[in-house]
Design a protein around this ligand. Structure first.
Ligand code: WT7
Length: 559
């Protein structure tokens, strides 16, 4: 295995934090305003602090879509956030409430989140491609009272099935029967009181798939900012002069933590790109905004690779100095490709919705071993454990575990104490990720798969149970077993094995109908790209549970 030397990076983490005494997270606290007062607010630290520090004229957000381009300085962002915060407050939103946000990638999505957080609410950003049922499940689970959305998304909000929903705001100017938050904001003051909260008060909720049941709500508290800020400096290597682009939508935890909070906490310019993926559009964004730090995912890199070097060559990407990846295994092949076409190594990072921030990473100052996710960052200890919770020998396969707790660890699983406890099967000391890994003699960690049936398609975590349940709602399906099937571009695709009820017969039309049934009900990324009809599904002898493992094996052995 080759060890590639780092090419850049001027923070020397080792030097900055390890000289003298080992790093402790408390050393970051004085970076924040709340260090003096004990009271905290994420929005204050993301926005107001920079304006107070004389950085009001700096560009905070730079929005680029096919149709238009907009920039917002930190001062403009502050004014808009304040005006929206005033509207929300007037309309009844209070500290501790949930405010759901269902918007496309646009500065309004950032503003909505920051405004709600400013007044002490916890935000629930919903992925822009969610369909009706995914939206419903989440808001319903939280008894959500407030939603900020847009006219074009309203048809995917089943208001009648959401009795808790009191107020729906839209970002458009006039929509009959809805409160236009933008119009009302125009009438509001551009100053607004910050609701000072405690470090342990909730700031956001993200739903994530488990291997059983519906997605669970993972709640984070304001204290996450300690680690989000610090990893922004250490891992993303953010400097004042950077133009930074995280390609994820805030509906995914990466898009919230590293698309909204971490870059703003670090006071950099954040690029927001609206619209669908195309290699041309992405390169154009990078060229136009002179993106210097770029955080994306292996599937996107593989798609860019597939678009070919000639496409890449048409753009001037000389501003790019640091590339990072998250969400799924980063193939060495992709690292080599990036080195050829960008002259840069992609730095992998590992974390989860539940962990709230990066825990394992290839820091810019450290050597990369292609195929490894890197090493735990300072202040984090990782281990590979056996079934009894004991560390395995170097190089042996086991369960990836992190010593609890680090500042960004989830505060709770909403209304599910038992689920929270399930992450700590060996007691409070170790958080268990559900990933299988090996660690080499230098402490580099290699992802080896999940220990459960979770599917990872294009970096999105999909629980097979959700897809199976959806399929069973269709009259044609008698039984369903859903697994991840290896795929060159997406890492895995969702594959469903089904048996049909006897009045139905297999046809291309029916399979397409089932696919779009899941797509309409859940979301496009959860819809099985392949459906195979079998006479019967493999099951355990005693309990009759469907054996997903067998289905998976069947898929990887030819014939
Ligand atoms: C799962 C968490 C918050 C990050 C985005 C995904 C997988 C994450 C890597 C990586 C291989 C990775 C793990 C993890 N994963 N990063 N660098 N290499 N696998 O967050 O949706 O909560 O999923 O994504 O399996 O447990 P998520």
């Amino acid at each position: 295995m080759s060890i590639l030397p780092p090419l850049h990076g001027t923070y020397n983490v080792e030097k900055e934090w390890h000289e003298g005494e080992p790093f402790r997270w408390e050393r970051v606290h004085p970076e924040f305003t709340w260090y003096e007062t004990g009271k905290v607010n994420m929005t204050y630290e993301c926005v107001d602090r920079h304006v107070n520090d004389g950085k009001g004229e700096k560009t905070a957000l730079w929005y680029i879509s096919d149709a238009k381009e907009e920039t917002w300085t930190y001062r403009e962002l502050q004014s808009e956030v304040n005006a929206w915060a005033n509207v929300l407050r007037k309309r009844g939103v209070q500290k501790g409430d949930f405010v759901f946000i269902f918007l496309p990638k646009h500065p309004y999505c950032h503003i909505a989140m920051l405004a709600a957080v400013k007044i002490g609410a916890a935000v629930g950003p919903l992925f822009e491609a969610f369909m009706e049922e995914a939206v419903k499940d989440r808001i319903y689970d939280c008894d959500g009272e407030y939603l900020i959305t847009s006219e074009e998304f309203l048809e995917r909000v089943p208001e009648k099935e959401l009795p808790s929903l009191k107020t729906v705001f839209v970002t458009d100017k006039h929509v009959d029967g809805y409160i236009s938050i933008t119009s009302e904001a125009e009438e509001e003051s551009t100053e607004s009181e910050t609701e000072w909260v405690d470090l342990d008060d909730g700031v956001n909720i993200h739903y994530t798939s488990g291997s059983t049941g519906k997605p669970k709500g993972i709640i984070h508290a304001h204290r996450v900012m300690i680690q989000q800020y610090q990893t922004g400096r250490w891992v993303l290597d953010l400097k004042e002069t950077d133009v930074y682009w995280c390609t994820a939508h805030p509906g995914w935890v990466t898009g919230t933590v590293y698309g909204v909070f971490a870059p703003l906490l670090n006071g950099v310019t954040t690029v927001i790109h609206g619209g669908r993926f195309s290699a041309e559009a992405w390169y154009e964004v990078m060229e136009k905004a002179k993106v210097s730090v770029w955080y994306s995912a292996p599937t996107a890199f593989r798609m860019l690779k597939a678009a070919g070097e000639n496409t890449r060559k048409r753009y001037d990407l000389s501003s790019l100095r640091h590339i990072l990846s998250v969400g799924e295994p980063l193939n060495p092949e992709v690292i080599h490709w990036a080195f050829e076409v960008f002259g840069l190594r992609i730095h992998d990072t590992w974390w989860m919705t539940e962990t709230g921030a990066q825990l394992i990473a290839n820091l810019p100052t450290r050597d990369i071993k292609p195929g490894s996710m890197g090493r735990p960052i300072p202040g984090v200890q990782a281990a590979v454990l056996d079934e009894e919770g004991k560390e395995v020998a170097t190089g042996e396969l086991g369960h990836l575990a992190i010593r609890a707790d680090w500042p960004a660890l989830m505060k709770e699983v909403w209304k599910n104490e038992e689920k929270y406890r399930s992450y700590f099967p060996y007691g409070k000391e170790w958080y268990l990720a559900g990933d299988l890994a090996t660690m080499d003699e230098d402490g580099y960690i290699f992802f080896q798969g999940r220990s459960d049936d979770m599917i990872n398609s294009s970096g999105e975590r999909i629980g097979p149970f959700e897809v199976e349940s959806k399929l069973l709602e269709h009259g044609a399906v008698q039984e369903a077993g859903v697994v991840g099937k290896p795929d060159e571009i997406r890492g895995e695709i969702v594959k469903a094995f089904i048996t049909l009820n006897n009045t139905y017969e297999e046809s291309a039309y029916l399979l397409e109908e089932l696919r779009s049934f899941v797509k309409r009900g859940l979301a496009a990324h959860a819809a099985p790209r392949e459906i195979e009809v079998l006479d019967e599904l493999p099951k355990t002898q005693i309990s009759g549970k469907i054996l997903r493992r067998k289905l998976k094996e069947r898929d990887s052995t030819p014939g």
